[in-house]
Design a protein around this ligand. Structure first.
Ligand code: PRP
Length: 172
């Protein structure tokens, strides 16, 4: 059985989310602000993040799948749910739970840009740099992580552990 090693507690996550929500509320004041969450992993982060905003926001989701049930990227990216909102001329923030190789984000940034938004920035709860293969800029990183296989707060391993309110490092 894999072991769950505590990595981030509930209140540590809440503090990070509140801090980034405050920054975003200031940076996107007076703009047509759209948050695009990347399913499934970001569902919990997006819901807490938008509740912390003090400015108007539109929320949409895309779903991209690359990992299947494996613990490392298959390298194949598929878009399984498209954007629904009209984002032309708007200020878009792509919200990810975790950025690892950066390949998923690269794909999503190009996809989002094809709809001619005014700006595109990236916000990630966890910016894991150990295996980065793309130099896509992470504009708002809540927590920089060197390594580990993190689960909980939306992040899964083989679809398990997403429901946990805290983040753990899974040791195999
Ligand atoms: C995870 C995570 C990111 C991506 C990051 O999603 O939510 O979208 O992997 O990895 P990368 O930087 O190496 O591309 P996953 O494909 O596991 O799907 P999920 O969000 O449904 O769990």
């Amino acid at each position: 059985m894999p072991q769950l090693i505590p990595f981030l507690k509930k209140d540590e996550i809440a503090e990070m989310v509140a801090a980034v929500a405050q920054r975003l509320s200031s940076d996107y004041k007076d703009s047509e602000f759209v948050v695009i969450g990347v399913l499934k992993g970001a569902f919990m982060f997006v819901s807490d993040l938008v509740r912390g905003l003090t400015i108007p926001v539109e929320v949409d989701f895309v779903r991209v799948s690359s990992y299947g049930d494996a613990a490392s990227s298959s390298g194949t990216i598929r878009m399984t749910k498209e954007l629904e909102l009209d984002i032309k001329g708007k200020d878009v923030l792509i919200v990810e739970d975790i950025i690892d190789t950066g390949l998923t984000l690269d794909y999503i940034v190009n996809y989002v840009k094809s709809f001619s938004p005014k700006s595109v920035r990236i916000c990630a709860l966890l910016d894991k740099r150990e295996r980065r293969m793309s130099d896509v800029p992470v504009d708002y990183a809540c927590c920089i992580v060197e390594k580990g296989f993190l689960v909980g707060y939306g992040l899964d391993y083989a679809e398990k552990y997403r429901n946990l309110p805290e983040i753990y490092d899974l040791k195999f």
